[in-house]
Design a binder for this molecule. Structure first.
Ligand SMILES: Nc1ncnc2c1ncn2[C@@H]1O[C@H](COP(=O)(O)OP(=O)(O)OP(=O)(O)O)[C@@H](O)[C@H]1O
Length: 519
């Protein structure tokens, strides 16, 4: 017995001795882990424009230390000292201890609960204690919750009474608006309604990739990247490169052509929300496999950089030029339909010039229609009806962008035939619903970044969308790297035009000239 006690004592003394010897190593190891954790947290939280300079500074610092005599040894010594300092005091610093919500967080939960009482309480509620009552507390109704480091609600799972009309969109919106306001503005929330279990889950959405710049996306012919969305919202990812290397992001891919069920696109947005940028992005991608004709109603010359490029029959911004270009599009659509029809009847393959995609990109047509009326001319939007109605079979795709305030002036054909829809910079879920036919799962952020909005392809789900930055390379304020990125995607001027363009010209160029500068 005594022998056993002696051996246990010896083992404990040995373990204590080993712990004493290893203690400095444990502290340094913990410190190194904490330093790495802090560094990573800073990097993830830092805006893109700060990462570059800091990364460069670190690189120069490391190089300098490496070149100094005894530099690497001194640096390792200094790192160990800092790690030793940082590693003091217990091993729980990486993950804050589970202490539960503090008084401020509890107060937030209670105020959220009280704000929901008018939505969920019913005066004549039968039976036992109701889930929501003016003198009630949140404990029974809020099943799960978590907070951010700053004490803001990050996730909330709540129960609602069975009598609440959760299939009524208006009732739901009322609850979502309350939660949106009370959980803290400036963030985007997703609301998950579980009608079977009478549960509502609110979660904060992570930001979308906002730093992707125009580049040759890895897509098949007939596919156009409208932008990027939430992870898991679409079944595929796309590799993109930025200043830091390559990564995979989930894209919103729009398919056009004869088999597309949504062959034309309508973009609506608030002024400055990035509608022209999306059109530029689409046009630049379309030029890889087709021809692009641009009608610019805004007249700001935001597409002038395309003028004279191979595959660009016209860039028009005057009423006369737009009418001439769109009349040509009507004839070209009809010519393609007839030629294709004849070829099929004769059992021949459809000629390549008929299969080459033609894109008609129209920015702010409402303004052009207004000017045309003022000049007593035909409305250019009337001429969009033929390509919109028959374009799918003729490989003609129409893309229209307009501001919300001009939406009422859009022609009936534009509204009827554009089944791919994007709404940019919306201020409310109602605005999204009005354009896409369905509201978003997440309430729009109050001040969304440029190029942020929602997309819906036909009857598909409403997807959050971030358009890749595709600035006008002629704009003096454009960042030089982004300007070069856009220019690199354009076919060089002076290169012989494709066979399709020659054929299209043979069919009759736009009366203002095959390539009209438009202003
Ligand atoms: N996705 C984006 N990423 C970065 N910047 C963007 C993005 N979209 C737009 N911007 C910037 O926002 C500004 C306005 O964009 P744009 O001209 O495309 O908006 P718009 O909706 O067409 O507005 P307007 O009708 O007033 O011209 C531009 O400076 C543009 O570079």
């Amino acid at each position: 017995m005594q022998a056993v006690r002696r051996s246990r004592g010896a083992a404990r003394a040995g373990a204590d001795g080993a712990a004493d010897v290893l203690q400095p190593l444990v502290v340094v190891g913990r410190g190194l882990r904490r330093l790495a954790y802090d560094g990573r947290a800073w990097w993830e939280a830092a805006p893109q424009e700060r990462r570059g300079p800091v990364g460069a500074l670190v690189f120069v610092g490391v190089l300098g230390v490496y070149l100094l005599p005894y530099g690497p040894a001194l640096a390792v010594g200094a790192l160990l000292v800092v790690a030793g300092w940082k590693g003091r005091g217990g091993g729980v610093a990486e993950a804050p201890a589970e202490t539960g919500p503090g008084p401020e967080e509890l107060a937030r939960l209670q105020s959220l609960y009280e704000a929901l009482v008018p939505c969920f309480a019913r005066a004549d509620e039968p039976g036992e204690e109701p889930l929501y009552a003016h003198d009630g507390t949140y404990e029974r109704s809020f099943e799960e919750f978590s907070f951010t480091g700053e004490g803001r609600v990050e996730r909330l799972l709540l129960r609602y009474p069975a009598h609440f009309a959760d299939c009524d969109a208006e009732q739901r919106q009322r609850v979502e608006r309350v939660l949106d306001a009370k959980a803290g503005r400036g963030r985007e929330y997703r609301f998950g309604w579980d009608e079977e279990r009478n549960r509502l889950e609110l979660s904060v959405l992570p930001p979308l990739p906002a730093d992707v710049v125009a580049q040759p996306f890895v897509t098949s012919p007939g596919e156009t990247v409208l932008g990027f969305t939430d992870e898991g919202a679409v079944p595929r990812t796309l590799p993109v490169t930025d200043g830091w290397g390559s990564r995979d992001v989930p894209p919103v891919v729009w398919r056009t052509g004869p088999r597309s069920t949504e062959p034309h696109l309508l973009v609506l947005g608030n002024p400055g929300s990035g509608a022209s940028t999306l059109l530029r992005s689409v046009a630049v991608q379309a030029l890889r496999h087709g021809d692009v004709l641009v009608v610019e109603g805004g007249g700001a010359g935001e597409f002038a950089f395309l003028t004279g490029r191979p595959g660009v029959p016209a860039v028009e911004s005057s009423v006369v030029g737009a009418l001439a270009a769109l009349e040509w599009v009507v004839h070209e659509t009809e010519r393609r339909l007839l030629t294709g029809h004849r070829a099929r009847q004769a059992g021949d393959p459809v000629p390549a010039d008929v299969r080459r995609p033609l894109w008609v990109v129209v920015d702010r047509p409402a303004l052009l229609s207004h000017l045309a009326r003022a000049e007593g001319r035909r409305d250019p939007q009337e001429l969009l009806e033929v390509p919109l109605r028959h374009g799918r079979a003729a490989h003609v795709t129409v893309v229209v962008a307009e501001q919300f305030e001009g939406a009422q002036a859009l022609a009936q054909a534009v509204r009827a035939y554009t089944r791919a829809r994007v709404v940019l910079g919306p201020e409310s879920a109602d605005q999204v619903r009005a354009v896409l036919g369905e509201g978003p799962a997440a309430a729009p952020a109050p001040q969304p970044p440029r190029g942020r909005g929602y997309a819906r392809l036909g009857g598909g789900p409403v997807l959050r969308l971030q358009v890749p930055a595709t600035p006008d390379p002629h704009d003096e304020e454009t960042d030089e790297a982004q300007r070069q990125a856009v220019l690199a995607l354009l076919p060089e001027r002076g290169r012989p035009a494709g066979a399709a363009r020659a054929a299209a010209q043979a069919a009759g160029p736009p009366p203002a000239g095959p390539v009209a500068a438009g202003r």
